[in-house]
Structure formats: structure tokens, C-alpha cells
Design a protein around this ligand. Structure first.
Ligand code: PLP
Length: 450
């Protein structure tokens, strides 16, 4: 299309002449949800899966930086000049806290990772993009994705021009029969399924975790289908007592690319994540390199390197807790466990089985993570969300935002990670009011034109 010929007066560019992702629902979804939260600042928000802010303290940042600098001098033998250069200059593309990350993975998750296979990224988001960019050689390469899925992943796939094929999650978290069926369908259509994105622990948005036998079956199926598994695990450490092994910990065939984030176990303001990519890639001259090394080439053209200052803060936090994020997050665990319990009890008391019109409300009860999915007897779409925010002062996330089709569904996601017990009570009272009103006929809803 020649944008100059059809651009209306007053506009300089036509969006139709730009990359398709700019008008893609996956990218608009995040903006819509952020925008509605900003318009109703007084609403209680069950929408945000942000970590709790109770323990944020600027003094901690100074401490983390000092701890990391001391470690460089004492354990790594850096001179003051080398420390200064490391923090102030451009740096190693794959990052500077890779060894601490490898130590952490061994201690917290029983993952044995060669530090050279770790690329430290600007959040997990950059890691997702780099991996997808690398896997998509041409339009025949497709990503399978357990659905519903995190919007950050679907958005990254759009930026990488990679088509996403949903795989049913079913009640157990992933339907491996459907995974095989989708691989067959894709191949029959002349396409190449390259990988399947999956969140085995307390998935966003469903809260569901895979059983250990299902994890093993998934690994076997992926091997049979000759695809990689992209394991995303930001919530795995926030469990109620039982921690299942990650796919990467069970991976004996280098099938799993592990996507890590410090957004929940560290703090999102650092914007530090990472990817473990230990797959061996053979080059044109037969030289074998780690996939991590190829990913770092992509990163070098995207963000050059992850801020060493931000890495130093995360590194300091790791060092202060013996590289155990489990130890670093004891107080946060308690908050999340309390909040989850409070929310589940609160739902049970507000929607008892014998209750009149609201009796069709049900929810799942994850044993960790940040999210609960509630099923309601009406389509929980963006219009009802808007009404819920304006008339009832409570925000949540329609589950439709996590599906490729975007079709309205009678389900919504509640997150309680960032709230106090009182706020959860107030929010649930308001939510129950909304459900009662919509179940009673929603006259006011229609009248308000929501
Ligand atoms: C499934 C999933 N992956 C990754 C992230 C975090 O990404 P980042 O490290 O870029 O903040 C989140 C945060 O909400 C998430 O829910």
C-alpha cells in the first residue's frame, strides 16, 4: 500500500502501512487493562499480578549494590577500577550475574545449568522475544502454546512474526493428546512446529500446576515430536509447601529452554530476567555453539546488554540470601499464602452453594502462585469490566484476554498478590455486588450502556 496516497488529512502515517502487531489484539490487551486501571485509581484491583510492595525499601537497593561490589572485590578479585568499569561501562552481552543465577537454580530448583548457557535479559520479556526470533526462520515456523496463555508471550510472538497455535490446557494444565494433534495438523499444513510454550507451575492466568507424571509425559511427547519446550516459571517458588521439579530439572535431552524472571522473586523495577539455553547448535562450518550464544547475538542488536547496575542489584539480593530466592522471599511467601487463603475463604463465604442467583459462581483453588480463576453465569467481557470499575469499584481481568480468539467467556482472573486482607474483603464485597446485579438482570448495566 502507498501510505502517501491514502493518508487522511491531519495524519502523517497510516497504521495499516506499519507492522501488523500495532493493531493486534494481543498488544492492545495490555494497554486496555493498564488504561482502565489508571482511569479508576480508587477501584480495588484484582487485575494486577504485581508483587506485594510491603517490603520495598530504597535502603535495600543501596545495600544490594554494596554487597555486589564487595563480592566482586573479595570473591572475584576485582580492583576498584574494574568494579567501576563493570558498573559504568557497556558490558558482556550475556550478562554479569550468570554465575549467581546458575548457583540459584541449583539451590532452589535443582537445575544444573552451565553459567555459559545463561543469557541475562531485560526481564523475561526480552528472553521470550530473543528465543522466538531465533526459532522463526520463516513463515512455516510456528509456536505451540498452552492456552490460555500469558499475553506477554503472545505479544512477543507477534513482534517476531511467529504464528501461535493454541494447545488445550484441559483440567490438568496441558492436554498432551492435543499437543500431538496440533503438531500433526501443523505439519499436514506444511508448517514446522518448533516449540511449545508452557507454564508448569501456577500458570498465569489459570493458576494450574502440572503433576509430576504429566511433566514427564510432556517431556516425552516433546521428544517424540522433536520440538523444544519453552518453560516459563515466574511463580514456581510461591507454593504452599510442595514444590514439583521444573521441566528443566527433569530435562535429560536438552529439550527445555528455561525462561526466568526476577520480577516476582526479586523486584520488577530491576527489569532483569534470563534464559537458560543449553541446546547445542551446529554452525555452517560445523562449529557447535550453545543456543545461548546465538540468542546473545540477537540481544546485542536489541538492548546491547542488560543494565549492569540492575544486574548488580539483583546479584546483591541473591548474595545476601546465599543465592536462595526461597530464603529471600520468606515474608512474601507468607503474604501470598495468607492472601490466597483469604480470597478463597472470602469467595466461599460470599458465594455459598445454596445462594440464590449467584449459585453458579465457582472457582479453582491453586496451591500457590498469584491467580484464581472464577467462573460466573454471564460473559465476563470488557464492557462488564468497565461497568464493574465505574459502578462497583472493583477490577479483574476477563479470561478472554488470554485466548487467541478473544471471544467473551464466563470466566475471569483474580489476583491478590498486591492487596491487604482488608482490601480483599472490600474488593470481594464489591465483586459480589456486581455478580448479584448482573445475575438479577443487569438492568442498570443496560441502562448505563456499558
Ligand atoms: C507468565 C509470566 N512470564 C513472565 C513474567 C515476567 O516478565 P518480566 O520478567 O519481563 O517482568 C510474568 C509477569 O507478569 C508472567 O506472568
Amino acid at each position: 500500500m502507498d501510505a502517501r496516497q491514502v493518508t487522511p488529512a491531519g495524519a502523517d502515517l497510516l497504521v495499516a502501512s506499519l507492522h501488523g502487531s500495532l493493531v493486534d489484539p494481543a498488544l492492545e490487551s495490555m494497554n486496555f487493562l493498564n488504561e482502565i486501571a489508571m482511569r479508576y485509581p480508587d477501584a480495588v484491583s484484582f487485575a494486577s499480578g504485581r508483587p506485594c510492595e510491603e517490603f520495598f525499601d530504597v535502603a535495600l537497593l543501596h545495600g544490594y549494590l554494596d554487597t555486589y561490589c564487595r563480592y566482586l572485590a573479595a570473591e572475584r578479585g576485582y580492583s576498584q577500577e574494574q568494579v567501576r568499569r563493570l558498573l559504568f561501562q557497556y558490558g558482556r552481552t550475556k550478562g554479569i550475574v550468570h554465575e549467581l543465577i546458575a548457583r540459584n537454580l541449583a539451590l532452589d530448583e535443582q537445575i544444573t545449568a552451565d553459567p555459559e548457557s545463561v543469557v541475562v535479559t531485560v526481564g523475561c520479556q526480552e528472553a521470550m522475544f530473543c528465543v522466538l526470533r531465533a526459532l522463526r526462520r520463516d513463515a512455516r515456523d510456528v509456536l505451540l502454546c498452552v492456552s490460555p496463555a500469558y499475553v506477554g508471550l503472545t505479544g512477543a510472538a507477534r513482534l517476531a512474526d511467529m504464528d501461535v497455535w493454541p494447545v488445550a490446557s484441559g483440567p490438568l494444565g496441558v492436554d498432551t493428546g492435543d499437543l500431538a494433534a496440533q503438531c500433526r495438523r501443523a505439519r499436514a499444513a506444511g508448517l514446522r512446529p518448533r516449540a511449545c510454550y508452557v507454564m508448569p507451575d501456577f500458570a498465569n492466568p489459570t493458576g494450574v500446576s502440572l503433576s509430576v507424571p504429566l511433566r514427564r509425559e510432556l517431556l516425552d511427547r516433546a521428544a517424540e515430536e522433536d520440538i523444544l519446550l519453552l518453560e516459563d516459571n515466574p511463580y514456581g517458588l510461591f507454593h504452599d509447601g510442595e514444590q514439583a521439579p521444573t521441566l528443566k530439572a527433569l530435562d535429560t535431552r536438552r529439550q527445555v529452554v528455561y525462561l526466568g524472571s526476577f520480577a516476582k522473586t526479586g523486584f520488577p523495577g530491576a527489569r532483569v530476567g534470563y534464559v537458560v539455553a543449553d541446546q547445542r547448535v551446529s554452525g555452517p562450518d560445523g562449529e557447535v555453539m550453545l543456543l545461548a550464544d546465538y540468542l546473545s547475538r540477537i540481544k546485542s542488536m536489541l538492548t546491547v546488554n542488560t543494565s549492569p547496575v540492575a544486574q548488580a542489584l539483583v546479584g546483591g539480593k541473591l548474595l545476601e540470601h546465599g543465592c536462595r530466592l526461597t530464603a529471600a522471599n520468606r515474608r512474601e511467601y507468607a503474604v501470598y499464602r495468607r492472601n490466597r487463603g483469604h480470597m478463597l475463604d472470602g469467595l466461599a463465604s460470599r458465594f455459598p452453594p445454596e445462594a440464590g442467583p449467584a449459585r453458579a459462581v465457582s472457582w479453582n483453588a491453586p496451591r500457590g502462585g498469584f491467580f484464581v480463576v472464577v467462573t460466573v453465569p454471564f460473559a465476563a467481557d470488557d464492557a462488564i469490566l468497565e461497568y464493574s470499575a465505574s459502578e462497583h469499584g472493583v477490577l479483574w481481568t476477563p479470561m478472554s484476554h488470554f485466548y487467541e480468539s478473544g471471544a467473551a467467556l464466563p470466566q475471569l482472573r483474580l489476583a491478590c498478590s498486591q492487596l491487604t486482607a482488608d482490601q480483599i474483603d472490600t474488593g470481594l464485597d464489591r465483586f459480589a455486588g456486581l455478580v448479584r446485579e448482573v445475575c438479577a438482570g443487569g438492568q442498570r448495566l443496560t441502562a448505563a450502556g456499558a
